[in-house]
Design a protein. Structure first.
Length: 285
């Protein structure tokens, strides 16, 4: 089922995005690159929202604006009722990126302590919080290991646990499972669905995977080719936690097929712009 993007924030809104536009200066080009064009979206508290669209449509750009990593050219974002003005809100938002952001010269638990110290959590709580989160993703026995001693999938489990342990209300995830094999992606996705049900976090998740979007999301924001706009929003309407059996249901396949139909023309438009030297440039995901 598809719905239109909401236009008015309500009391249960965790993130409110209003008329966000992002332009980048294009080196050697006459015109700036319009990456995002007039995006408006509300994300409810405790909701899992996926941003899905062709490469270069501005998904990661929008996520970074919400996280306060930089200011949009125009428009506003509020998180928990506070305006995001190009500065992170570590008390409210945690990030999980595609690449591991663990410091390799510290052990896993030492990496957690640094994150908790940065957030202002009392030192007496650090280890309890860290171990609770590591147990949640099956990594408690690796707390004293260094990141280089872990596989890619294990490091991503640790990254996800670190996002949980800081106990922010919002978790922003930028293709965190992209480097993993399909089996690992689905197992971690199942873990994430369980964690959402247990913690009630608000999650905004960037992905290119149709199956991942359907399995994880409450709503899927389908974006157009650059300049990124909201084409439509697809409701999944399935309670968390979600079991792998959901992927065997006819509705799962129907939703995945609907997403592909919505994205087909956008992917072709992106491919055409990449063949055209006047239209080729990259703004990330």
């Amino acid at each position: 089922m598809t719905t239109d993007a909401p236009l008015a924030a309500s009391a249960d809104t965790a993130i409110s995005i209003r008329n966000v536009t992002q332009r980048y200066a294009a080196s050697g080009a006459a015109d700036d690159v319009l990456a995002l064009d007039n995006i408006s979206l509300d994300v409810k508290r405790g909701e899992f929202v996926c941003l899905l669209g062709p490469s270069g449509c501005g998904k990661s750009t929008l996520l970074n604006i919400v996280g306060g990593l930089f200011k949009p050219t125009s428009g506003d974002v509020t998180v928990g009722g506070r305006k995001v003005d190009g500065a992170p809100h570590p008390d409210e938002i945690a990030f999980v990126f595609q690449e591991s952001t663990l410091f390799p010269w510290y052990t896993v638990i030492e990496n957690f302590r640094i994150a908790l110290k940065f957030q202002g959590v009392p030192k007496a709580e650090w280890d309890d919080r860290a171990m609770f989160a590591l147990k949640a993703v099956g990594m408690a026995s690796f707390a004293r290991h260094y990141p280089t001693q872990l596989s890619v999938g294990m490091r991503q489990r640790v990254n996800m646990a670190r996002g949980i342990c800081v106990k922010t209300n919002i978790l922003l995830m930028d293709e965190p499972f992209a480097a993993l094999d399909e089996q690992s992606r689905m197992v971690l996705g199942e873990d994430l669905s369980i964690l959402l049900a247990e913690t009630g976090k608000t999650i905004v998740f960037v992905t290119h995977s149709l199956a991942e979007a359907v399995f994880l999301s409450d709503r899927i924001v389908v974006m157009t080719a650059r300049p990124g706009r909201i084409k439509t929003i697809v409701d999944v309407r399935e309670a968390h936690p979600r079991a792998p059996d959901f992927m065997l249901e006819p509705r799962f396949g129907e939703l995945r097929n609907e997403l592909f139909a919505l994205l087909r023309d956008e992917i072709r438009a992106t491919m055409a712009s990449q063949r055209d030297p006047q239209g080729a440039s990259g703004d990330g995901a």
